[in-house]
Design a protein around this ligand. Sequence first.
Ligand code: DHB
Length: 394
Amino acid sequence: MTLTVRTRVAIVGAGPAGLLLSHLLAEAGIESVVVDSRTREEIESTIRAGILEQGTVEILDSLGDHSRARSLGHRHDGIELRVDGEGHRIDFPSLVGRSVWLYPQHEVLTDLIAARLAGGQDLRFGIVAERIDDAETDRPRVVGVDADGQPVVIDAEFVVGADGSRSVVRSTVTGSRFGGHLREYPFAWFGILTEAPPSADELIYSNSPDGFALISQRSATVQRMYFQCDPETDTAAYSEAQLWDELQKRVPGTTLEEGPIFQRDVLRFRSFVAHELRRGRVAIVGDAAHTVPPTGAKGMNLAVADVILLDRAIRSLLLQGDERRIDEFADAARRRIWKAQHFSWWMTSMLHASPDASDFDRLRQRGELRSIVESEAGRTYLAEAYTGWPFATA
Ligand code: DHB
């Protein structure tokens, strides 16, 4: 027995992109169904980055009381770039009149899920999408199975793949599972969560001879920190004392507040942009469409930017029968995607020690960092990109 569900927009993936899109469409009276292969608990406990651009916080304000970004999160007016133990503050408000919010992605997801369920959203967990049929007709369909193995078909007028970097929907759009522009990096981040007070008021991005470290935060009692490591590193390979040594030696000038480490993970670095973002009535957004290395925390913010554009385009298509915006969607999205790709690549390559770097490379990198921190124009570019370019709504 196949379970058939009818809706206007079928959204594959209940991450920030899929959930936000269902919310924005609902505001325009467009009904959608969101499916995800994971359970709600898995989704809400996925550890990701913690920085929201100002524009992202403003969009989340439309969730009303469900968004706790402003009440539980913290506004950050700057970051510190540390170069060989010397700190340089990038002051966002004075440079660009904007700020960012420290509010972890899993909290954003918790808020979005609560808001969608309160709004009566049809949100189904444990459904594995297997393929998309009839992408180039006006009745595209998601074909999959539920947690009991029962076949499920979602008949829609538009299908959105917001199903992350291992997207199933992507192959419908690009013609292959991984069709896209790809760059890999010879390093990764070792991330920890520790129960300790903050070691500094703001985030510290440190370039040191021993490699990069980022001292981030989660709350008054929990901190997130990362240090550059080999991509093949085994998380069990370090004792807690060794982890603190690795972190501490990369932030000369600060004594880190140490506490028990209760979570460790290795984050791989990739830059990826799918060759196509839409085929007929199927589009991909967020990590399904592109991946950025984590430096600068652009991933979720970029997903939000895609969704704002796609929401406008689907509204025009389904409410007015106007195809112009959906035809322009991919080009419009790519304008920001490649700016964010550049910024994420640039922050990454400027701050990390590449294992095959020559003396020339290392000294040039020092010069690059100085040309940013010692110049108002340089600091302004960093602040503008970090806090986020205004969202295009055209
Ligand atoms: C965090 C992650 C980032 O990649 C970043 O640039 C800033 C903060 C975080 O997880 O807190």
